[in-house]
Design a protein around this ligand. Sequence first.
Ligand SMILES: [Mg+2]
Length: 368
Amino acid sequence: MSYADEVSKRVSKSGGEVALLREIRGRAAGAARGGLRLGIGDDCALLAAKRGEELAVTTDLSIAGRHFRLDWHPAEAVGHRTLARGLSDLAAMGARPVAAFLSLALPRELTTAERGKAWVEGFLDGLLGLAEAHKTPLAGGDLAESPLVVADIVLVGAVPKGQALLRSGARAGDLLYVTGSLGGAAAGLARLAAEKSAFQSDKKHFAGAKAHADFVALVARLKSCPDTKMFTNSLEAQLAAHLYPQPRIRQGIWLRQHGAASAALDLSDGLSTDLAHLCEESGVAAEVEAARLPLDPGATLAQALDGGEDYELLFAAAAGARVPRSIGGVRITQIGRVVKAGRGRAAVTLLTEAGARPLEPGGWEHFS
Ligand SMILES: [Mg+2]
């Protein structure tokens, strides 16, 4: 069911919900349109396909208590992260975004404002702000009342036929690279968790404590920023890496246009897990040099290896391929190489000063 159907169904019910649906439609209509021929208002959106392109489609669920916490994450960050997860998948394929579709279920109280703006307003601010930055129109979706916040995002992208970056193209002898830095999102989440649990266990003491008030104000003040160098301190940069990750759309398109990458994926679950996926799909093994990893300032090696949600790109490139030091202002770092898969050999080996050890997928458990 479309937003438009929801409006007509609910006109006689709550003025607040109708207003919300109208607001989504109004705000989406004012955004960049790109390959969108017809957006919210009819039974379906119409997307204009260019000759010689194929469509890339990805879907991601964001569930309260699983992917975010209402008492930890600002509404703007939840909206931003919902769209960032989908855009990052398009980036990994080298696709340009065409349209986003959002189905949102949420409790009624989050659609009304007691003081300030309603939670859902902040959610839309975060989601539509990132959509605008990547010229991705919100082209449809659905709304429902629910005891739990669930946001289901669908992204449609386009890529020249046969040129999408796949996980399966890495070959022994290729070099491995990542964009940006690693571990920042996990470090930011750890800081957020430490502060929130300290607050929970000692509310009386924390309620008036200036340090806690400053932390809460800092989290509320943070906004999506395409360059973490813009942040004045490492705490801000780490929290922003977790709350407002920047999908590497421009870098993915560059790699595809220049034929530079033999395989790619985005780092949603953490390097140890995602590199194992790439190795499995390509039928290869990999070696990672710990000393080469571009650790986010303040992040540990474990956070860089196993912490998820950095949304950087991991790609392989032939040893002779021309790979620049940065793409669109984002640093590119060689972190290891692709080797032949062998019987009894770990898919991924971590090389450290102390020697070589198998790198098992660390997994990302979110808030479970
Ligand atoms: Mg992905």
